[in-house]
Every structure is written in structure tokens, then in C-alpha cells.
Design a protein around this ligand. Structure first.
Ligand code: SF4
Length: 368
């Protein structure tokens, strides 16, 4: 990743610090940009009379706003970089600082994927309920092991991206339209700030008019979540490298097989640790309590464990058989293999308890 091509828009922050005569500012920076944190601190301290303290703990999203810890050391303002505001209140005045990347890749490499995916969407509309007969047909139709076919009313191309590339979307909408696609930029719910934005835990812009997706961004974190959530084909165009690829059905199948295995191995278990995320945008206390009640209804034990950071070394030793995660949903999906015991989502617990059926289609754990 070429960090020098990222633009940090510090002007609004500098103006706010000057206007309020802020003395102590905390800077919170995502992991991928920490290398540049000191440079940003220098810039803020040069342009204002404030002192800057870096919140050096890991930060993976706007769900993770620093709050009481910074208040305790006298910070008046948090400058949170690279993520957009969510529908949460951390209790601290917070300035969100956009980070944009200036790469703008050619669309030619991704067009073959988009043509193939649009064809899948057409077939889904034309044969909405035909169950597939064999594996090859399942691959053709991008049908996963749960047999999910998203109900469609149109075959539009949904154009989405990660936060540092969202400024590209209006231009790329035109490019893809010129290439013959009917393009929409989905608008999601209150957890998302911008059209076309996706988070690892929220794909609420999805609707039945979208037949397939194009993701502008790098890595497969968002693509995996989007396909698990929607069951729709997705192509990826990476602004850092210009490379195009797709989120293959095999990858999603592998994850679903793993999820199914974890559910099966939790079925005869009796003691469950229910994780509550203490970060402001991950805290789902009511969901955790509901899961505890469900366990008790089925004659099982549920222990509520609240924590800010979740990791194997922090929980594996508890004498429970299974963990149910209500903190960041991706802890269960992406990190399951790191834990010595099954780590399942609330929906998966409902399948374990027989309250939901796996065959009805996998339900991604979304934070609204
Ligand atoms: S995916 Fe996890 S880390 Fe990312 S915004 Fe959602 S809760 Fe936060």
C-alpha cells in the first residue's frame, strides 16, 4: 500500500481546535495508517497550540471510539481518522477525519466478471425457485451450500466500496454505465454515513433490485461479509493494485462448512460463555441477555463476559464449552480457528437450540 497517496483532511480538525482553544487532543488511527500517526501529530501540533496524544491501542472501526480512558487523562477532543461516524455516542466530542486514496483503476479487467455475474442474476430472475440438481449447476448459479437464492426483482449492479475509495463511486458509476450496466449505489441504514459504504458488520444497502455487486477496495474482509449476507455474486476491483477478481463461491462454501461444523459441535454442549463487546459501537447487551434467556429456556447455562478486546488468550481458559459472540460479528466469522472452543454467532446459537433452521439460509450477524 502506497501510504503517500493517502490524503488526510486535517483542515476541519485544525479549525475546530483553534476555535475552541483545545489543549489536549487524542488521535485515533486505524491499524493500517499507524505508521503515519507521528507525522499527523506533528502537523496538528505545528498548526495549533494543542498537544496531541496518540491512542495507541488497536483500532478497527468507528465502533471502537476511545471514550472514558481519554477523558481520564484530560483529553477534550478525539480526532478519529479513516472511519465515518456511526449511530453511536461515545460520550466524547469526536471529529471524524476522512482519509482518501487517489488511485483510480481501469475497469477493463473486472468487466468479464461483471458480465458473468449479471448472467447469473438474469437466470435467478427467470428461474427463481428451481432447486439445483448438482454441484456444477450450483456453481453456475452461485448457489451456496444452504441453497440460498436471493429473491430478485432486477439485475442491477450494486456499486460499493470501502471508506477511502467512496469518492470514486460517482465517477465509476458513469464508467460502468458506459460499459452497459444498470448501476445503483446502495444507500444503507443509520450505521453507515455514505451511499455505497459497506462495513464488515453492515450491508444494509442491499435490496432485491441488486442482482450482483462490484466492490472498490482491497482485501476480502468486506467482500466475504457482503456475499455471506446477500448470497449474491461479487466482483472486486482493487484501487491499490488495479487488479480485478471475484469472491468465489468456493470460499463462501468453505466458510459455511466451517460454520455448520461449529454449530454441530455445539449442539450437545451445556455451558456457554456469551461475549459482550464493551466498545461503544459493538455493545449489544440486550442481544446477549436474550441469548442467555434462550439458553436457560433450553436447560443450558450462559455466562455473560464483557470485554473490550476479544482474543483467545483472554477467554479460552474459562470453563465453558462454547462462546457466543455478540461483540464485533467478524470475531466469530474470521477468527474462529484461533479459539480452542467453538465460537458462534447469536443466529448460530438459535440453530444450535433448534429455534432456527440452517436449511432456511444462512443469516449473517449484522449490527444495524
Ligand atoms: S466489522 Fe467489527 S470492527 Fe468493523 S465496524 Fe463492524 S463491529 Fe466494528
Amino acid at each position: 500500500m502506497d501510504l503517500s497517496r493517502h490524503e488526510f483532511e486535517l483542515d476541519d480538525l485544525v479549525e475546530r481546535i483553534k476555535k475552541n482553544d483545545t489543549k489536549l487532543v487524542a488521535l485515533q488511527v486505524p491499524e493500517g495508517l499507524k505508521m503515519q500517526a507521528l507525522e499527523m501529530m506533528d502537523q496538528i501540533e505545528t498548526e495549533t497550540s494543542a498537544r496531541v496524544v496518540l491512542s495507541a491501542d488497536p483500532c478497527y472501526g468507528a465502533c471502537d471510539l476511545v471514550h472514558d480512558k481519554m477523558q481520564n487523562i484530560g483529553v477534550e477532543l478525539v480526532a478519529h481518522m479513516g472511519h465515518s461516524q456511526m449511530n453511536i455516542d461515545s460520550g466524547m466530542p469526536t471529529q471524524f477525519i476522512p482519509v482518501t486514496y487517489d488511485g483510480s483503476p481501469e475497469i477493463a479487467p473486472v468487466i468479464p466478471y461483471l458480465n458473468a455475474h449479471r448472467q447469473i442474476a438474469f437466470e435467478r430472475i427467470n428461474n427463481p425457485s428451481n432447486p439445483v440438481e448438482d454441484e456444477l449447476e450450483a456453481i453456475d448459479k452461485f448457489q451456496d451450500m444452504v441453497g440460498r437464492i436471493a429473491p430478485l426483482t432486477d439485475t442491477k449492479l450494486g456499486l460499493v466500496g470501502s471508506i477511502q475509495h467512496l469518492h470514486l463511486l460517482p465517477t465509476y458509476k458513469k464508467y460502468f454505465e458506459e460499459a452497459g450496466f444498470d448501476v445503483t449505489i446502495p444507500v444503507g441504514g443509520a450505521r453507515l454515513s455514505f451511499p455505497g459504504q459497506v462495513l464488515g458488520c453492515n450491508y444494509s444497502g442491499d435490496d432485491p433490485t441488486v442482482g450482483h455487486y462490484i466492490f472498490l477496495g482491497s482485501g476480502d474482509f468486506h467482500p466475504i461479509g457482503l456475499v455471506l449476507h446477500t448470497g449474491k455474486p461479487l466482483a472486486m476491483l482493487d484501487p491499490y493494485t488495479g487488479e480485478a477478481t471475484e469472491m468465489g463461491r468456493e470460499r463462501i462454501e468453505r466458510i459455511l462448512r466451517q460454520r455448520s461444523g461449529l454449530i454441530m459441535s455445539s449442539m450437545d454442549k451445556n455451558r456457554f460463555g456469551i461475549l459482550i463487546g464493551a466498545k461503544p459501537g459493538q455493545m449489544r447487551r440486550n442481544l446477549a441477555l436474550r441469548m442467555k434467556n434462550k439458553l436457560e429456556k433450553h436447560g443450558k447455562k450462559g455466562y455473560l463476559l464483557a470485554m473490550e478486546h476479544v482474543g483467545p488468550e483472554l477467554i479460552d481458559f474459562y470453563p465453558v464449552d462454547v462462546f457466543v459472540n455478540t461483540a464485533c460479528p467478524r470475531i466469530a466469522i474470521d477468527d474462529a480457528v484461533k479459539y480452542a472452543k467453538p465460537m458462534i454467532t447469536p443466529y448460530e446459537l438459535e440453530v444450535v437450540l433448534g429455534e432456527k433452521k440452517w436449511e432456511d439460509g444462512y443469516k449473517f450477524d449484522e449490527i444495524p
